[in-house]
Design a protein around this ligand. Structure first.
Ligand SMILES: NC(=O)c1ccc[n+]([C@@H]2O[C@H](COP(=O)([O-])OP(=O)(O)OC[C@H]3O[C@@H](n4cnc5c(N)ncnc54)[C@H](O)[C@@H]3O)[C@@H](O)[C@H]2O)c1
Length: 275
């Protein structure tokens, strides 16, 4: 099938929250957006609303449980039918959080967090690789988190899952750059979404929930832009940006972790978490 002239983005977990705002942002810029989520009524609602605002054919979508690689293959094949095989950007966004003191959270919830937040990204990158490789200038953006700066009490397995996303992003950025696929991650601190419902944490009360889904979507849109002429010239001498913290508090935490010895990072995090 012929590739369409529109760039194409597929976002996992995009029926709600950050994923939903991300498809909205790219649709507004004229991209073909793929809305995929376990929440099928949510997907149908999102596609209908996106088409209402941006016109028929602006969005496609369907069921996707990111833990099931067969569902990834089906979703990608369906999306490619419409995009003409193009996958300019894959955003691995689907994720869950179960907060609580480690021993109080059921073991099954810890395992599910790892399965969705890490397994889902591994599946997504693996299944999407042929499409990314076939699309000139293709990119992957993974939803990491400020909890990958230093391990976070009360969200231990979530934080560990985001350290894994961080590692996977760094490894694939190096491995796939030679193949023309750019890999990055965004690192928001707390964002006001359903993810936080029933998940009170000391860190969220200390740091506040300051970011909106639109803030994160705008950051994703921004880092997905092709570099300017100046950016391209700088890119020949400066290292590529892999991680982007979202919002001032997350940027400050990331910078602190880069600059200070690890015992001071631990001290900062001890205070944030009142541990
Ligand atoms: N909200 C925050 O404070 C925050 C901060 C940093 C990073 N993040 C990350 O951003 C991403 C999106 O989070 P959000 O805050 O928008 O959450 P959200 O709960 O609002 O939305 C998550 C979406 O993922 C979907 N989903 C859940 N399990 C799935 C699965 N197995 N397969 C496919 N879809 C699935 C849900 O149905 C939902 O639509 C997550 O990876 C999260 O870890 C969130």
């Amino acid at each position: 099938m012929p590739a369409t002239s529109r760039p194409a983005i597929l976002v996992s977990g995009s029926a709600a929250g950050i994923g939903r705002a991300t498809v909205e942002r790219f649709a507004a810029a004229g991209w073909l957006v793929g809305v995929y989520d376990v929440d099928v009524p949510g997907v149908e609602r999102a596609v209908a609303e996106l088409e209402d605002v941006h016109g028929a054919g602006a969005a496609v979508g369907g069921a996707l449980d990111v833990t099931d690689v067969e569902q990834w293959h089906r979703a990608l094949a369906e999306f490619a039918e419409v995009s003409g095989g193009r996958l300019d950007l894959l955003v691995n966004n689907a994720g869950i959080l179960r907060a609580g003191r480690f021993a109080d959270v059921p073991l099954a919830a810890h395992h599910l967090t790892i399965e969705i937040n890490v397994g889902g990204v591994v599946n997504g990158c693996h299944a999407a690789y042929p499409y990314l490789k076939a699309t000139p200038g293709a990119q992957v953006i993974n939803l990491c988190s400020a909890s990958a700066i230093y391990g976070q009490p009360e969200i231990a397995s979530y934080s560990a899952s985001k350290f894994a996303v961080r590692g996977l992003t760094e490894a694939l950025e190096l491995e796939w750059r030679k193949e023309g696929i750019r890999v990055q991650a965004v690192w928001p601190l707390w964002v006001n979404t359903a993810l936080l419902e029933g998940n009170d944490t000391t860190s969220a009360s200390t740091m506040g929930v300051r970011l909106t889904v639109e803030d994160v979507a705008e950051q994703i849109f921004d880092i997905a832009k092709p570099p300017s002429l100046v950016g391209r010239a700088l890119g020949r001498v400066a290292p590529a940006r892999v991680h982007t913290a979202v919002g001032l508090p997350a940027k400050a935490l990331a910078l602190t972790a880069d600059l200070v010895p690890s015992f001071l990072s631990r001290e900062v995090n001890k205070r944030i978490n009142h541990s």
